[in-house]
Design a protein. Structure first.
Length: 128
Protein backbone atom coordinates (compact mmCIF):
# COMPACT_ATOMS: atom_id res chain seq x y z
CA UNK A 1 0.00 0.00 0.00
CA UNK A 2 1.09 3.53 -0.77
CA UNK A 3 0.31 6.48 1.43
CA UNK A 4 -1.67 9.16 -0.37
CA UNK A 5 -0.78 12.37 1.42
CA UNK A 6 -2.04 15.78 0.46
CA UNK A 7 -2.38 18.75 2.74
CA UNK A 8 -3.30 17.21 6.12
CA UNK A 9 -4.96 14.05 4.72
CA UNK A 10 -3.31 10.64 4.66
CA UNK A 11 -4.95 7.56 3.14
CA UNK A 12 -3.66 4.09 2.30
CA UNK A 13 -4.08 3.50 -1.45
CA UNK A 14 -3.39 0.37 -3.48
CA UNK A 15 -3.75 -0.03 -7.22
CA UNK A 16 -4.38 -3.72 -6.55
CA UNK A 17 -7.46 -3.05 -4.39
CA UNK A 18 -10.36 -4.29 -6.53
CA UNK A 19 -13.01 -2.19 -4.77
CA UNK A 20 -10.95 0.99 -5.11
CA UNK A 21 -10.16 0.37 -8.77
CA UNK A 22 -13.81 -0.42 -9.56
CA UNK A 23 -14.86 2.88 -7.97
CA UNK A 24 -12.04 4.64 -9.82
CA UNK A 25 -13.03 3.30 -13.25
CA UNK A 26 -16.77 3.68 -12.62
CA UNK A 27 -16.36 7.36 -11.80
CA UNK A 28 -13.92 8.56 -14.46
CA UNK A 29 -16.88 10.10 -16.30
CA UNK A 30 -17.11 12.64 -13.47
CA UNK A 31 -13.88 14.16 -14.82
CA UNK A 32 -15.15 14.47 -18.39
CA UNK A 33 -16.70 17.94 -17.98
CA UNK A 34 -13.23 19.31 -17.21
CA UNK A 35 -12.04 18.39 -20.69
CA UNK A 36 -15.05 20.15 -22.17
CA UNK A 37 -14.52 23.46 -20.37
CA UNK A 38 -14.66 26.31 -22.83
CA UNK A 39 -12.08 28.91 -21.92
CA UNK A 40 -13.98 31.52 -23.90
CA UNK A 41 -17.51 30.77 -22.74
CA UNK A 42 -16.82 30.64 -19.00
CA UNK A 43 -15.35 33.19 -16.66
CA UNK A 44 -12.20 32.27 -14.77
CA UNK A 45 -14.24 31.81 -11.58
CA UNK A 46 -16.66 29.46 -13.35
CA UNK A 47 -13.74 27.39 -14.73
CA UNK A 48 -12.20 27.12 -11.25
CA UNK A 49 -15.56 26.07 -9.84
CA UNK A 50 -15.93 23.43 -12.57
CA UNK A 51 -12.52 21.94 -11.72
CA UNK A 52 -13.35 21.99 -8.01
CA UNK A 53 -16.79 20.40 -8.52
CA UNK A 54 -15.61 17.66 -10.92
CA UNK A 55 -12.52 16.64 -9.00
CA UNK A 56 -14.40 16.92 -5.72
CA UNK A 57 -17.15 14.59 -6.94
CA UNK A 58 -14.54 12.17 -8.28
CA UNK A 59 -12.47 12.06 -5.07
CA UNK A 60 -15.60 11.66 -2.92
CA UNK A 61 -16.92 8.83 -5.12
CA UNK A 62 -13.57 6.99 -5.18
CA UNK A 63 -12.18 7.65 -1.68
CA UNK A 64 -15.31 8.34 0.34
CA UNK A 65 -17.78 11.13 0.88
CA UNK A 66 -16.20 14.28 2.29
CA UNK A 67 -12.63 13.41 1.24
CA UNK A 68 -12.31 16.41 -1.10
CA UNK A 69 -13.52 18.89 1.52
CA UNK A 70 -11.15 17.31 4.04
CA UNK A 71 -8.20 17.70 1.63
CA UNK A 72 -9.13 21.25 0.71
CA UNK A 73 -10.61 22.41 4.00
CA UNK A 74 -10.89 26.04 4.96
CA UNK A 75 -7.55 27.74 4.78
CA UNK A 76 -6.14 25.39 2.13
CA UNK A 77 -5.28 26.85 -1.24
CA UNK A 78 -7.95 26.02 -3.87
CA UNK A 79 -6.31 26.47 -7.25
CA UNK A 80 -6.33 24.41 -10.44
CA UNK A 81 -2.63 23.75 -9.91
CA UNK A 82 -3.32 22.34 -6.43
CA UNK A 83 -6.24 20.27 -7.74
CA UNK A 84 -4.08 18.75 -10.49
CA UNK A 85 -1.19 18.06 -8.09
CA UNK A 86 -3.63 16.30 -5.77
CA UNK A 87 -5.00 14.17 -8.63
CA UNK A 88 -1.45 13.31 -9.77
CA UNK A 89 -0.60 12.20 -6.23
CA UNK A 90 -3.59 9.82 -6.30
CA UNK A 91 -2.46 8.39 -9.66
CA UNK A 92 1.10 8.03 -8.38
CA UNK A 93 -0.11 6.03 -5.38
CA UNK A 94 -2.25 3.78 -7.56
CA UNK A 95 0.56 3.11 -10.04
CA UNK A 96 3.41 2.81 -7.53
CA UNK A 97 1.74 0.09 -5.54
CA UNK A 98 0.27 -2.04 -8.28
CA UNK A 99 2.06 -5.32 -8.79
CA UNK A 100 -0.63 -6.74 -11.07
CA UNK A 101 1.23 -6.32 -14.37
CA UNK A 102 4.49 -7.62 -12.93
CA UNK A 103 2.77 -10.74 -11.58
CA UNK A 104 0.99 -11.41 -14.88
CA UNK A 105 4.23 -11.00 -16.85
CA UNK A 106 6.03 -13.38 -14.47
CA UNK A 107 3.21 -15.92 -14.85
CA UNK A 108 3.39 -15.61 -18.63
CA UNK A 109 7.15 -16.12 -18.60
CA UNK A 110 6.75 -19.15 -16.34
CA UNK A 111 4.21 -20.60 -18.76
CA UNK A 112 6.43 -19.84 -21.74
CA UNK A 113 4.19 -17.02 -22.96
CA UNK A 114 6.56 -14.06 -23.26
CA UNK A 115 4.06 -11.21 -23.33
CA UNK A 116 6.39 -8.63 -21.77
CA UNK A 117 5.05 -5.15 -22.32
CA UNK A 118 2.17 -6.33 -24.49
CA UNK A 119 -0.32 -6.51 -21.61
CA UNK A 120 0.52 -3.01 -20.39
CA UNK A 121 0.20 -1.62 -23.90
CA UNK A 122 -3.09 -3.42 -24.53
CA UNK A 123 -4.65 -2.20 -21.28
CA UNK A 124 -3.29 1.32 -21.49
CA UNK A 125 -1.23 0.84 -18.31
CA UNK A 126 1.63 2.74 -19.90
CA UNK A 127 -0.68 5.77 -20.24
CA UNK A 128 -1.45 6.03 -16.52
Amino acid sequence: MAIFQYNDVELEISGDDLDLMERYEANLDLLEPISNVSTTALSRVMMLRKFNECLGAFFDAVLGEGTWDEIFCEGQKRSVKEFILCYKELIRCINDESELYEVIEELNKGLGNDQSGKLAAATGADDL
